[in-house]
Ligand binder design. Sequence first.
Ligand SMILES: Nc1ncnc2c1ncn2[C@@H]1O[C@H](COP(=O)(O)OP(=O)(O)O)[C@@H](O)[C@H]1O
Ligand SMILES: [Mg+2]
Length: 271
Amino acid sequence: MDSVLKLDVQRIDMTYDDGGKSFTALSDVSFAVEKGLFVSILGPSGCGKSTILNLFAGLVSPTGGRILLDGEPISGAGLDRSVVFQHYSLFPWMSARRNVELAAKQAFPEKSSAEISGIASGFLEIVGLADFADKFPSELSGGMQQRVSIARALAMDSEVLLMDEPFGAIDTKNRVALQDLLLSLCERGAEKKTVVFVTHDIDEAILLSDKIIVMASGPGRVQAEISVGFKRPRDRVSLVKEEGYVSIRNRIVSLFYADIADKIGGGEVVI
Ligand SMILES: Nc1ncnc2c1ncn2[C@@H]1O[C@H](COP(=O)(O)OP(=O)(O)O)[C@@H](O)[C@H]1O
Ligand SMILES: [Mg+2]
């Protein structure tokens, strides 16, 4: 079956005005995100990952090239794309439930309060927070707040989920639990969402993705596109024993660190 392109990045450049000087954050970046796939953008800090996500979200426009969403240039933000940011972006004056309800109401203005409340309860339960629905963000740990952000994004039922290092600021134990949660959410259901997931964590990218776009910095550009064909459902313990896991990981490690080693003047990097 031919795959349908959800997002088509065509030779984009992104130049920021940096206090009067122009700064090239992205140079000649092209790649595609196929409908229904989980695609990670992996690269070191500063290579333009957030810039790409903000372009997909329609919050900024490229200075060169174009990005097509369902074949049409992106012209702004839309309810067809929901975003989970690295830093918890909940409204602090609203309970977890109200935060999720607000997003659901925005996406489904025709639904009654009872239906909206049902949607919010359902997604808070899925992310394991049924008992914390009436807590305010300040009463929740970072991991819990990020669960609310995920519930909020899911409650909008948008076709595209954009996630910018959503687990970057979370401790290892909670991070593993959230990765497993996201993995199970993405693997169930008939109509799979298209997910663009930004990370600088190689193992996280392999675990979750169907495809990884490996980026390099200075200026931000695509170094390689790597298909990750391991069968689903996946779990982290058996995945690492799959044939081909070590070679795919080594390939990404060498791409990733060749870029950094160039900049710090080092040779081989082993992790
Ligand atoms: N609004 C902006 N103005 C000027 N420079 C920016 C702006 N946003 C990002 N940059 C610069 O562009 C580069 C890429 O940033 P970003 O997309 O945030 O990278 P990443 O998410 O990979 O860390 C960085 O060098 C950053 O300092
Ligand atoms: Mg970033």
